[in-house]
Design a protein around this ligand. Sequence first.
Ligand SMILES: [Fe+2]
Ligand SMILES: [Fe+2]
Length: 246
Amino acid sequence: MSLFAIGDLHLHFQSVLKAHGQLHAPVWQNHEEILRKNCEALIRPTDTLVLVGDHSWGKNLEECERDLAYICALPGRKILLRGNHDMFWDAKKTDALNRLFEGKLFFLQNAYAPYQDYAIVGTKGYTFEGPFFLRGKKIVGWDKEAEAHAEKLIERELERLKISFEAARADGFSRFIMFLHYPPTSILESNSAFTAMAEAYGAEQVIYAHCHGESRFHDSIEGRHHGITYRLVSGDYLRWMPARIL
Ligand SMILES: [Fe+2]
Ligand SMILES: [Fe+2]
């Protein structure tokens, strides 16, 4: 039994492709087929695959039907996190989504998923991504209004993450693998409220996505940091080969 993760599939079987890079970059050519073949070679029915957000470009559930059917058909148990582009998934209506896909997909929000003696916890997260004002390559300022807005979103996501950890703890779990769609730190930070929460609950690993395109791969923490392993699992970074987490 193994635990795998990958994020940012950005499927668009029915919807309009919104990212220029996805149209032209070689790594995105036929990526659905490459990922499907990699999953079929790697993942057994008893394994678990966590999909770390940005599943589909569809604006609503109707436009995501074929994208979600593709995910359903991948091998193993599938757990999904919300990404910033997942417009089909209203956080407040997660229960309805879980009822709709019962036995096929688990949409993780304000909850946890057991994996052996671990609890898989997580939320979308958030990081401040600017706009920054640059002098050469040096950041000399940023948009204060955007920063204040980011702080509100971070607070809300921290609350959701805490609910996820506490739900697992209440059921007796003490070992955690923490998932975020956004990276745990912005490019300005080496620690954040998310890394602090991971440390406070003793998460063993923090797995995140969202950073795709080569220029973004090293925006946040990778490797060991204060006793926790941090890993980026965006699909293009992994070249569509899911990462083995446990
Ligand atoms: Fe993405
Ligand atoms: Fe994203």
